[in-house]
Design a protein around this ligand. Structure first.
Ligand code: FES
Length: 99
């Protein structure tokens, strides 16, 4: 697992993009739970950092597909899956594991 950011850098209900091993990863803070997803929509590649987060889903800003923050599955189009990554918190450190 690589430490990629500090929790204090990702505000509650906020996001932060980090670059890990050449990939852009979006960190999302929902009431202290941190999720890590690919910052690229599996539909047509839109960046996800401007996405709206609501009720466990992140909605792509381009066509509104909603992806589960936990497993990346799209609510409307189950064949579309957003890559998600395991997150570990240690003190103020956020670590993620790329597959
Ligand atoms: S590019 Fe994300 S829903 Fe179309």
């Amino acid at each position: 697992m690589d430490c990629v950011a500090k929790i204090s850098e990702v505000p509650n209900f906020g996001k932060k993009v980090v670059s890990v091993a050449g990939r852009e990863i979006l960190l999302v803070n929902v009431k202290g739970t941190i999720y890590a997803v690919e910052n690229e929509c599996p539909h047509q590649g839109s960046p996800m950092n401007a996405a709206v987060v609501k009720e466990g889903y992140i909605s792509c800003p381009r066509h509104g597909y909603r992806f589960s923050l936990t497993d990346g599955r799209c609510a409307e189009h189950p064949e579309c899956v957003l890559a998600t990554f395991p997150v570990q918190l240690n003190g103020d450190d956020i670590s993620i594991a790329l597959d």
